[in-house]
Design a protein around this ligand. Structure first.
Ligand code: GUN
Length: 285
C-alpha cells in the first residue's frame, strides 16, 4: 500500500505561503495573462490562474485576443508588457493558434518576467545551475517530493518523456538534487528494465495508464504527470494507478497529484521572483 502524495494539499500550502508573503511584505505583484483564441481547455486553465492570483493577493490583468490575432500583434503586446513597470510576470497561454510561432513569442518575453520559465535564457540558467525562473510543473514535482520527505540525493531517478516543458527541466532539477538521472523516450530500448531500476519514477509520456506494476520496482516513488479523460468521463494519468499503487511506496493520484502544483508554482514565481535573491524555503536555486 503506497502513501498517497496529496498535491491538492501541498499546492494549497504553497498558495497560503505566497498569500502570507504578499500580506506581510505588502507586495503589489501583477501578472499579465495572455490568451489567444478560444480553446476551451486553455480558457479553463487561464480562469484557474486568475483565481489563484486573487487568492494570493496578486493583481492579474487579462488580455483575451481573438484567434485571428497576427503574430506581429501578439509580439507588440508582449513588447508593451515587457516595458510596463507595473507588470511583474507575463504568461502567454499555450498552445497558440498555428499561424503564430510559439518559440518566437516565448523568446520575446523578457527573461525577467518569464514566470513560466520557458525562455531559453531561463532554461540555460537551469542547465548551468544559476538562479532563474523554473518551469512550473517540474518545479512543482520537486516540491511534492521534498514536502513528502522523499530523499533524492544519490537515488536512481528515471524520467519518461523529454519535452521542453516537463521532461528536460525535470531531469535537470533532479540532477541539481544530486539524483542519478536517466531520461527515457519513445526510442528507448528495454524501457521496462530501465524503469525497474528507478527509486523515483517520473512519468510524462502522454499515454493513458501505460505504466503498470511490471515497470515499477518494489518501494519506488511514482510521480504521474499525465492527465487524460477516459470514455466514462473520469480522469486518469499515464500510470495505471490500481496496478502500481500496491508496489510503490509513494504515488501521486490523478487528479489531485501533479496537476494542482503547476498553478501553485506559477504563484510562487510571481510572488517570490526568479530565485536570484529570495527563494522560498525548499526551493533549491
Ligand atoms: N499550456 C499548458 N500548460 C501550460 C503552462 O504551464 N504555461 C503556459 N503558458 N501554457 C500552458
Amino acid at each position: 500500500m503506497a502513501e498517497i502524495i496529496d498535491g491538492k494539499a501541498i499546492s494549497a500550502q504553497i498558495k497560503e505561503e505566497c498569500k502570507a508573503k504578499v500580506e506581510k511584505e505588502k507586495l503589489n505583484r501583477c501578472l499579465a495573462v495572455v490568451l489567444v483564441g478560444d480553446d476551451p481547455a486553455s480558457a479553463v486553465y487561464v480562469g484557474n490562474k486568475k483565481k489563484a492570483c486573487e487568492f494570493c493577493g496578486v493583481k492579474s490583468v487579462s488580455h483575451e485576443l481573438p484567434a485571428s490575432t497576427t503574430e506581429e500583434e501578439l509580439l507588440k503586446l508582449v513588447d508593451d508588457l515587457n516595458r510596463d513597470d507595473s507588470v511583474d510576470g507575463i504568461l502567454v497561454q499555450l498552445p497558440l493558434p498555428v499561424h503564430i510561432d510559439e518559440d518566437k513569442v516565448i523568446k520575446a518575453i523578457s527573461p525577467d518576467k518569464d514566470v513560466d520559465g520557458f525562455h531559453p535564457e531561463n532554461v540555460g540558467r537551469l542547465s548551468i545551475g544559476q538562479p532563474g525562473y523554473l518551469s512550473c510543473t517540474p518545479a512543482g514535482i520537486i516540491q511534492l517530493l521534498k514536502r513528502s520527505n522523499v530523499d533524492m540525493d544519490g537515488k536512481n531517478c528515471v524520467v519518461i518523456g523529454r519535452s521542453n516543458i516537463v521532461g528536460k527541466p525535470m531531469a535537470l532539477l533532479m540532477l541539481r538534487e544530486n539524483a542519478t538521472v536517466t531520461v527515457c523516450h519513445s526510442h528507448t530500448k528495454d524501457l521496462k528494465e530501465v524503469c525497474k531500476r528507478a527509486d523515483i519514477l517520473i512519468v510524462a509520456i502522454g499515454k493513458p495508464k501505460m505504466i503498470d506494476a511490471s515497470y515499477v520496482k518494489d518501494g519506488a516513488v511514482v510521480i504521474d504527470v499525465g492527465i487524460h479523460r477516459m470514455e466514462n468521463g473520469k480522469l486518469c494519468g499515464d500510470v495505471d494507478f490500481d496496478s502500481v499503487e500496491p508496489v510503490a511506496s509513494k504515488i501521486t493520484p490523478v487528479p489531485g497529484g501533479v496537476g494542482p502544483m503547476t498553478i501553485a508554482m506559477l504563484m510562487h514565481n510571481v510572488v517570490y521572483g526568479n530565485g536570484a535573491d529570495k527563494a522560498m524555503p525548499y526551493v533549491v536555486i
